[in-house]
Each structure stands twice: as structure tokens, then as C-alpha cells.
Design a protein around this ligand. Structure first.
Ligand SMILES: [Zn+2]
Length: 259
């Protein structure tokens, strides 16, 4: 049997207090197994220039996150990440990052990204969810005690349909309806952190605002709303918050790049 203790910690940069039951040592092997399973079951894009673009942006942003972690007492975490960036051939409008830096973009989200800075905005945002451990926090609040067993089960048998479905729900993987939406708190936090990381990596933060404008235009266009929107609701408040935060993000990025 396993015992799990609730522990309180602080999200770096934003300073928000959070509760987590799952340790990295439990969740990371599970995450890596889930990611490997996902790649086997889905089709990688054969568009090498788009794939390279995703990977280049991912590498630059992950280097910024890594630099931040090493300069701010997160050495163990920095060493345990296994960054990976893949582009999946799929019209689903989605992107996600599993714990430990395992990122997937779907080709369906590329028109909303529109350009390299737009890719960096989505990359920064998704990496920020993993950096701030929002998935683990969701697991903690939504599934409580059953979770530890689930994490272990996923780590040891990534083919079990029930644990896999739960994992996908929590991390926004795939195209199924009924994915769990990130809370407004988590979305705002990922927007802020993502903006800092994209600026640290040398991208234009204004494009983050444009991405969310395109996302909400797509939602109101009468076409089926993007899957990404069901987990990442976009609206005027969100867009305004990004505009308001931009100067702070620029200041923080400068400070962390100088560390
Ligand atoms: Zn999000």
C-alpha cells in the first residue's frame, strides 16, 4: 500500500500557494510512459520544416525554463526533466505538455499559432502548465486519495484503458469531448509564466495576445470550437489580462536572463 501526504508549496515566479499529493518521482515515470505510448499510437507529421520549427521553439523555451530552474534552487527538477517536442498529424486544435517536459503540438493548431512567435506563445503557455504542475494539482483536488495508485498504475502499465483515460482527461491529451477545463487561476498563471518564458527565449510577447484573439475568433466563427478552447477558454478578460501583464513579463524576463 502507498501513503500520500498533502504538501503545500509555492509556484515559482507567481508565488501562488498550491497543494500537491504526487511526487515527481511518482509522476515522471508515469508521464514518460504515457508520452511514449501516445507517440506509438499517433502519426508524427511528415512536414519536416514545421516539425523543425516546433522543435526549435521548444528547445529555446525549454532552455529558458532550465536556466530559470538552475538559478532558482530547482536543480533536482531541472535534472529530472526530459524535454521532447513532437508535431502530430491531426486536425485537432490542441497542444499540451505532460509533466517533465513532454510536449505535443497537433497540426490543427498551427493556423491559430500563425507564425513562429505564435508557436512560442502556445509553447510557453503549455510548458508553464507543466512547470507550475497544474495537472498534479488538478489530480489532487479532483481525485484525492485514489490518485497515488493511479499514478503508479500508469507508470507500470500505460495500456490500462481506465488509468490512461483519466490521465488524458487531466492533461488535456487527445481530441475527446469532455476534457477537464483548466481553472481560471491555472489559465491566468500559465499565461503569465508562458509570457515570461517566451520573452526569455527571444520571442515577441505581443503575439500571445494575437493567438488568443485568433482562438476566440475561431470559436465564434460557427465552426466547431477548437478542442484547445474547451480546456483553455478564451475571452476579452483573458486578452486584457495578457496586455496588462506584458510590461511585468518583460521586466521579469530581463531579470531572469541576467541571473
Ligand atoms: Zn492552458
Amino acid at each position: 500500500m502507498f501513503l500520500f501526504l498533502l504538501s503545500c508549496s509555492t509556484v515559482p515566479i507567481t508565488g501562488r500557494k498550491r497543494m500537491n499529493v504526487v511526487k515527481d518521482s511518482q509522476i515522471l515515470p508515469a508521464s514518460f510512459a504515457q508520452y511514449e505510448g501516445f507517440l506509438k499510437e499517433n502519426k508524427l507529421s511528415t512536414n519536416s520544416s514545421k516539425t523543425n520549427e516546433i522543435q526549435n521553439v521548444g528547445i529555446k523555451i525549454s532552455k529558458s525554463v532550465d536556466r530559470f530552474m538552475r538559478a532558482n534552487g530547482m536543480l533536482n527538477e531541472a535534472n529530472s526533466y526530459r524535454w521532447e517536442f513532437n508535431l502530430i498529424e491531426d486536425n485537432t486544435v490542441n497542444a499540451w505538455c505532460m509533466p517533465g517536459g513532454k510536449v505535443v503540438f497537433y497540426t490543427g493548431i498551427l493556423p491559430i499559432c500563425a507564425n513562429t512567435d505564435g508557436i512560442a506563445a502556445v509553447m510557453g503557455h503549455e510548458v508553464a502548465h507543466a512547470f507550475a504542475k497544474h495537472g498534479q494539482e488538478r489530480m489532487t483536488s479532483a481525485y484525492g486519495q485514489q490518485l497515488g495508485g493511479i499514478a503508479v498504475a500508469i507508470g507500470t502499465n500505460n495500456k490500462d484503458p481506465k488509468t490512461k483515460a483519466l490521465w488524458n482527461t487531466i492533461y488535456g491529451v487527445g481530441s475527446s469531448v469532455g476534457m477537464l477545463a483548466y481553472s481560471r487561476t491555472h489559465e491566468t498563471e500559465a499565461d503569465k509564466l508562458g509570457m515570461v518564458f517566451m520573452i526569455m527565449a527571444g520571442y515577441k510577447p505581443e503575439e500571445a495576445i494575437n493567438v488568443w484573439i485568433r482562438m476566440s475568433e475561431r470559436a465564434s466563427s460557427g465552426k466547431a470550437p477548437p478542442e484547445f478552447l474547451s480546456t483553455h477558454p478564451s475571452n476579452q478578460t483573458r486578452i486584457q489580462n495578457l496586455k496588462n501583464y506584458l510590461p511585468t513579463a518583460v521586466t521579469l524576463a530581463k531579470k531572469y536572463n541576467a541571473q
